[in-house]
Design a protein. Structure first.
Length: 248
């Protein structure tokens, strides 16, 4: 059942990210660079997926890096429940990323080699996101990487409009514009009687997405540098869809 809902999740996400699998592959390539450095050190690499949702990226990382420790973090009990039923080889942790104490409370104070996120952190308000960046920078080893795959507007308004147009045109060519949308997926999963305990847990935790923070790529780069990252730049882009990498 979990695998069925995660497969539907992946399909609806492709409606908004037509090159999603390639984007995942680029994230994995960047993480591989950090994991190789961990191998040179002789230790087990630790990779933390921030806002892992139902585990789409975590599961792919676990398949590519079977000897690494993969940890998925999310605040939503329903999404974590789906991840638990579909993401083998991943340690899943319930935590609120806006709480600066979450790494210590979850046993994740030890150094990390990589932190990743995919289409998740744009929900955080700018102040909360800046705090998370500082938390991540403080946990990564020197030379460790943070990789964020998300839709971010370009800084010049006319170029932001053009980049959105390019992504929309790509979605048409990829044939994903008729995929199930985000709202329909949530309507379906919340109405599934087999998931009632997870839905109840979600309601009890008062989980709800807020509005997008509206940060541009340039603003995100500035926030990461302010948090302590030595180098930050997009390493892949399709329209306004980016993979942004930051090196500690």
């Amino acid at each position: 059942m979990a695998q069925r809902w995660v497969q539907r999740w992946d399909v609806q996400q492709e409606r908004y990210v037509p090159d999603r699998e390639e984007r995942f592959r680029v994230v994995i390539d960047v993480v591989g660079w950090a994991v190789a450095r961990a191998g040179d050190r002789g230790g087990v690499a630790r990779i933390v997926d921030l806002g892992c949702g139902p585990g789409s990226l975590s599961a792919r990382l676990a398949r590519v890096f079977p000897t690494a420790e993969i940890v998925g973090i999310d605040a939503d009990p329903l999404l974590l429940g789906l991840a638990a039923g579909s993401s083998g080889g991943v340690r899943l942790v319930h935590a609120d990323l806006t709480d600066p104490a979450w790494p210590g409370a979850t046993g994740l104070d030890a150094p990390w080699d990589a932190a990743v996120s995919s289409t998740a952190l744009h929900w955080l308000a700018p102040d909360a996101l800046a705090g998370l960046y500082s938390t991540v920078a403080g946990r990564l080893r020197a030379g460790g990487v943070f990789v964020d795959a998300d839709n971010r507007a370009l800084d010049e308004p006319v170029m932001a409009d053009l980049a959105r147009h390019v992504r929309s045109a790509r979605a048409l060519r990829a044939g994903v514009t008729d995929n199930e949308d985000w709202h329909s997926w949530w309507d379906g999963v919340l109405a599934d009687p087999d998931l009632a305990p997870l839905v109840d847990a979600r309601s009890a935790a008062a989980i709800a997405h807020g509005g997008e923070n509206g940060l541009t790529v340039g603003q995100q780069v500035g926030m990461l540098r302010a948090a302590g990252f030595s180098a930050v730049a997009p390493v892949w882009q399709s329209g306004d869809d980016h993979v942004l990498a930051a090196v500690r």
